[in-house]
Design a protein. Sequence first.
Length: 329
Amino acid sequence: MAGTISTRDAVELAVVERSGFVESRHAGSAVVLSPEGEVIRELGDITTPILPRSTLKPFQALAVLTSGVTLRGEDAAIATASHSGTAGHVALAKGILDRAGVSPDALQCPPAWPQDSASRDQAARAGVGPQRLTMNCSGKHSAMLAACVANGWPTDTYLELDHPLQKRILELIERLASERPVATAIDGCGAPVHALSLGGLARGIQKVTSASSTSPFALFREAAALTAAVREHPWVIAGPGQPDTIAIERLGVFAKGGAEGVMVATSPDGTTLALKMLDGSPRATMLVALRLFVDVGVLPESAVDEVLTELDLWITGGGARVGRIRSSV
């Protein structure tokens, strides 16, 4: 059976310390590209394909933006978000649907509770159960439906591999990653997710996040607009207290996490990384990403240390802090 990086080809990226004892170890792989696209740090296997999960969203959103759908600012950011389901997130996703003349019933992402605890509690008190619009991928799905309407494509089959939009997404991924996916699976939201190497994923993300708004090519002008939208509206990409939002707000990076321990990020100077935790845990992905940026000299250690205090990295025992998650890079 096809699979991702093996444990023998991975390296330790982080550990969990409890009362001075290393309780758990997170193994994985990572790659860092210079602003010119050269590999400047390589940890573990970066050539075996992984499933990028939601780190593919920038490519999927860009396919929408180059299909005759104009989204800017917060609307562009929600199209590439893994949001926490706040009222603001829901309003943005629904706004895209409303302008396209599409009902939320057309969404094919599964119903879900808001990930934001306050929003989830409010929904429960109001007797409102899981909804498609509060699912963390609803912005992406709303944008996909808007692209279907704009082009006269079917809306009832928009997640199928042979749909014109999905074909466009795959072509764009291949072009930007300079790599043909070797496998395709079904993501948690129901959309196709294409397997790429960490090297290919990093190359593709760097082309998106380093694009110029004055490029002669519409693809890269749209990529620049998408990147600017995320950096200018970091609350949209994730939500209050979420690692992606915190890192973007405090450090000016472009950060996008994906399920099963995947992370991509681009620093302000264009240095780009991609990493994968083999155990699928996301708890150390932002920590390792920021430490890698410090390690290659593109983010100041003092600023990163300050941001890390805002992430949930503490290990507790009896209600007290007895350890923390620590980067091994």
